[in-house]
Ligand binder design. Structure first.
Ligand SMILES: [Fe+2]
Length: 294
């Protein structure tokens, strides 16, 4: 596949790796929105070029390091990057987990991240358990100059909400998407009144192949980095199994009667946002019926 022409996708800042993933002085090759790119790192300076099939450098593109990751934008008119206030909280420590290849569209990944309905069935005994499968009502709204969808007041019973949890409890969630490829959640932490912050940063290689990066900003001190990493990996690998079985890989966003497979208010809000901005990359094109002028 060649580089997408969808301006919505092209204007996004997209993660291509944790900063520690990119080696010094060795070309780091990857793909983004159907475009081959090469990243070169010298110290803390990064340069990224689009390359053609012979790896000949073409256009230089924008690159930034933030939130522990390397972000690239293929357009000269980048949309502002997500602001996550918890990153400046010195009590938190960041664990990065990622680089996991998943054969699906970026929108399926984000939608799965937003979906509490699958917890009891996919993350049984960890993030959910039968028979407690009810989703209680919560609010969905668009914020940040129409760039973000927020789902608030989400509440779910979890047998083991985190590595440090020693008993089941009701867990409060806030979900937030920024553009089509970044999703962040806030959930009740073990410390009284505190919330953990977890982000999923999708690198769409093309419309149906992605790499997924993520971070956890932890407050608790009892959990080691390795334990927290294993917890996230266990959860995400359960998701991957389900995601790769979903068909079609691209969401049929513009079909009138299409209902999300596991509909809930957050994914409905995300789909509404995708439609409102006219997203084309990663979704099935609008069906044009024969004989109609649509
Ligand atoms: Fe999941």
């Amino acid at each position: 596949m060649s580089k997408t022409t969808d301006p919505i996708a092209l204007r996004e800042w997209i993660v291509i790796g944790a900063i520690t993933d990119v080696p010094q002085g060795v070309p780091y090759r990857t793909r983004l929105l159907g475009q081959e790119i090469v990243c070169l790192r010298h110290g803390d300076a990064f340069q990224v070029h689009e390359v053609d099939g012979d790896l000949t450098s073409q256009r230089q593109v924008q690159v930034r390091t933030r939130y522990g990751h390397v972000w690239v934008c293929l357009s000269d008119e980048a949309r502002p990057m997500i602001e996550v206030a918890e990153f400046v909280d010195p009590r938190r420590r960041m664990i990065t987990w990622g680089g996991v290849y998943v054969r699906t569209s970026p929108q399926r990944l984000v939608e799965n991240f937003l979906d509490m309905g699958h917890f009891p069935f996919v993350h049984t005994g960890i993030l959910g358990a039968e028979p407690v499968t009810e989703i209680r009502d919560y609010k969905v709204e668009v914020r940040a100059e129409d760039a973000e969808v927020w789902a608030t007041e989400c509440m779910f019973y979890q047998p083991r909400a985190s590595m440090a949890a020693d008993a089941g409890r009701d867990t409060a969630y806030i979900y937030r998407t920024s553009g089509p490829f970044v999703a962040v959640l806030y959930k009740t932490a073990e410390e009284e009144g505190a919330v953990d912050n977890i982000g999923m940063l999708v690198q769409p290689l093309d419309e149906e192949h992605c790499r997924v990066f993520g971070y956890t900003l932890l407050l608790e001190e009892d959990t080691s980095d390795t334990e927290a990493l294993h917890f996230q990996q266990t959860v995400f690998l359960q998701d991957r199994l389900i995601l790769e079985q979903q068909t079609p890989r691209r969401i049929p966003l513009y079909e009138k009667n299409e209902i999300p497979a596991r509909a809930d208010a957050a994914s409905v809000g995300y789909r509404r946002w995708l439609r409102a901005v006219g997203m084309q990359f990663g979704v099935l094109p609008q069906q044009v019926k024969e004989g109609s002028l649509q």
